[in-house]
Design a protein around this ligand. Sequence first.
Ligand code: TRP
Length: 335
Amino acid sequence: MKKRLLTGDRPTGPLHLGHYVGSLAERLRFQSDPQVECFFIIADYQVMTDRLDTADVERNIIDVALDYISVGIDPTRSAIFIQSKVPQLTELTTFLSMITTVAKVGRNPTVKEELRAAGIEESQMSLGMFSYPVSQAADILLFQAHYVPVGEDQRPHIELTREIARTFNKLYGETFVLPDEIVSDVPRLLGLDASQKMSKSRNNAIYLSDRSEVVQAKIKAAVTDSGHEVKFDSDGKPAISNLMRIYELATGRDIARIEEDFAGKGYGTFKTQLTDALNSFLDPIRKQRDVYDDNQHYIRKVLREGTERAREVGEKTMRSVRSALKYDFSAIYDA
Ligand code: TRP
């Protein structure tokens, strides 16, 4: 039996190198395992947890899907789907929220952190923001996913998901697979300001879709450390070390080899070569992206078909959920 994997992203903008290092690379490894079937959720409901301006959501869904496909996520093997277009997710969220206490959800440290980051007072938090971890539990449980690759910050959500699954199984009989989070041990990339992790909101990211001139300008402006030696020291030289990790990603060379190659050469030379290496790495990704960008028909079809597959699997799970709950009402419907 194949095992399922589920993970995904909020459609808040195009994906960047930090996403590649932290998660896309790992997704590609899982996708090539014939024992695993991957589902990638574009979590559009979650966008509204911390912003009510929805003008860009549709464009961002397409952008994220374009990014997935251009890095090598293969829609003939993996399903890419839109959260709000799978009604079974909403149905499951309703049931799961009945067996989950407010107290338990209220302890979630990630939600608190996100509130702080978005500058939202706790008294102004929406019910949807408060309870989205239950909706995310439904995202995972609907697919009976064994594997959930996520960032460290998502750990509390997966822990909650397991607790909800255990509670359901105990109350209504074995129904859900207990998922395992897979937290990458690759440290996060910092942004080009070298002070915080790479992120869209901090304006310090290189996007997978950035054109070569943009990459060049961004690397040129990237913060460096004092001194001039290209040496890896994440505490003493965080900026140059981070750029070396980007060089490592782009070339596949390990850090020791990079230090050797740039011994006695200085930051200027390093930045020039980093720009070239990064552009060679991004070229095929950008090329793929252009092809699919010009063929919006294809990308829409990928999303529709992925969502169709998600509904199929979701409906199968919901049949056993409704039956376990005795909410299939066969006396009314099968008469
Ligand atoms: N919360 C995740 C993020 O912000 C996105 C997400 C939604 C997700 N549903 C999920 C991740 C289910 C893993 C599993 O990145």
